[in-house]
Design a binder for this molecule. Sequence first.
Ligand code: ADP
Ligand code: MG
Length: 721
Amino acid sequence: MASLSRLAEVAVSEVKGLAGKRSQALANSGIHSVADLLHHVPRRYIDRSRKVPIAQIPLGAEVTVIGEVKAVSTRRPRRNLAIIEAKIFDDTAMIKAVWFNQTFRQRQLTVGSQVALSGVVESFRGALQMKSPAVDVLDSPSESLETGRVVPIHSSAGNVSPGIMRRAIHNALTRSRPIGDPIPPAIVADNHLMSRDQAFWDIHFPESMDRIGPARHRLVYDELFRLELALALQKRIQMFDAVGIPHEPSGELSGRFISGLPYELTGAQKRVLDEIEGDLRTAHPMHRLLQGEVGSGKTVVAVATLLNGIEGGWQGAIMAPTEVLAEQHYLGVTSLLADAGLSPDLHGPGSDLGMDSLFTSDDPAVHFALLTGSRAAANYKPEISRTELLEDVASGQVDLLVGTHALIQEGVVFSRLGVAVVDEQHRFGVAQRVQLKEKASDVVPDLLIMTATPIPRTLSMTLYGDLDVSIIDEMPPGRTPVKTSVLTPMEESTAWKLIMEEAAEGRQAFVVCPLVEDSPKVEAASAVAEYERLSALMPDLRVGLIHGQLRPADKEAVMAEFRAGDIDVLVSTTVIEVGIDVPNATVMVIEDADRFGLSQLHQLRGRVGRGEYPGTCLLIADPTTDEAEGRLAAMAGTNDGFRLAEEDLRIRGQGTVFGTRQSGVKDLRLADILEDFDTLVAARRDAFGMVDDDPQLSGHPELAAEVRAMLGDSVDWLFVS
Ligand code: ADP
Ligand code: MG
């Protein structure tokens, strides 16, 4: 009995027919071990039981014919045109196949070989003909592998042709069988899974076409089960093997903060806060993902969470992805704290007694500071140097620090970091979380990761599968959805007219300039040019400019002017993408919108319609691909970020989405998380259940070995005891 983890240790070069150069070619395609080889499943199958004798082919139908190549020739009637013709004979009749400019067909089709041609048959000058059919070269018909009713067609890899691949997999499989099944019988039965051994056989060499579906289902289940086991183990380690903080939120600060808000929390905000508070109270560190559309009120939730920790004597941190956003959080949270009466009184009684007097027990002031690469600031001290601030953080004088991800991870020592909020998860993976833990000496702070990028459930169950998820699925009352339309470049004056009308009403607008891949310099230059053009087009308006090449202080100055209403139209590159909050802005114009991704467009649109005035988003575009057209139509069709995110995943495919995350998800070979969503849900339930009962998988050593063997280095650390 062979196990998959064992087969993962046997090199493909051991397989008969794959020694030497061939194993090198396979390695280049990511096939290193016998286990890899067995997961190289056919890309399609030719069903010989349904093959049609050439003499009986119905015209106009799409069919597969199988026969012997009798002749191949290439003609060149014109320059730039090569016509390749082949004659195929199957004992009943002859059929002609033609291809245009596919000169490799001449080499592919050798006289005497067996081929399967798939395509539409037509009549041409009285003879049967297939135009540009798909070709599969079969090996000699005497060989048993091809005489079955279904012929598997495996993708080739370098010099390893489908035929060689098929024979090698046949060899490997016959040598390896029976393949053991480490999944408990109860789970196998519950999910109506066929045996693993049978599944490997049937996916490669099915007796009939109806064997393929159940075989694939079994292997997809196994693959997703392994992934979810890894995530369950990871979560287990984060939560239970780490020393967390059993916070005891008193409500002293957070309650005061919430009741001081000029509005009621939405039901969704209250629910999410309850979920978070539950996590804070347990002794396990929180790892929670807070999802909510742009403008759904995540910031308020984050501040309340941080105050929950601070009122128990701990420090809090907010990590933003950029300096501009860190600045903005500093401004926004400072004024929220001031409104709630939680700011230090710099000028009132006691202010001349020095710092220490601020720490009397009945003083509710929250000492809040900002640290970015270019600036240090604090709400309790008008002037503060960087060194001074770092000292205050280390000594515990600072209750709450906001900065960029990089800064807080690398340079800052806290005295008692208890709660951390990460704004935008994208650049914050498992490795960074581990770093954060080291900063906080002996305990792991509770961690809340906020994201405005809606994550479809398919992804939150895989990519972020180790996190708990809270969703704010309700907007504050009184918002009107942003209206979105697509304009051609010819119609752009509509956009400028709208901007001028809105400006006359005292509103403001964004104009986002074309994205320039990989070249911030060129992108900035094009923004400058657009700024000049629009300034001339709208001479009565105050036009501003912001782009990534500006120094942080200059960027912040421009943003401050825009916030203050001293700029009517802000021409910008995508630096405004995330988090910029100017409720008075009502128009978002995006130029060359077809070059932006769906989530980026949605983020940008979220910058308007945040206040009491309805917003408009105008996408100027001249799409040249179906994909781009699809994105624009999706944007105009819905404001629902979750639907857009699903759509995005569908358009881009899971590979690109997983590219930057380190989990084993990118290694999925069979499963498609959209198509196989139901299987994913089942596998996740079963895997998490198993780890709940058996946290070390000590009763399932073979499964543990398999997770490790199949998911590779990225999960090694799970098994360090
Ligand atoms: P997000 O961080 O999710 O993008 P914010 O927290 O910045 O959203 O909130 C967007 C705006 O909505 C802010 O101006 C905030 O003051 C306001 N807001 C938040 N919660 C509510 C609420 N429950 N009722 C009314 N307005 C709210
Ligand atoms: Mg806790």
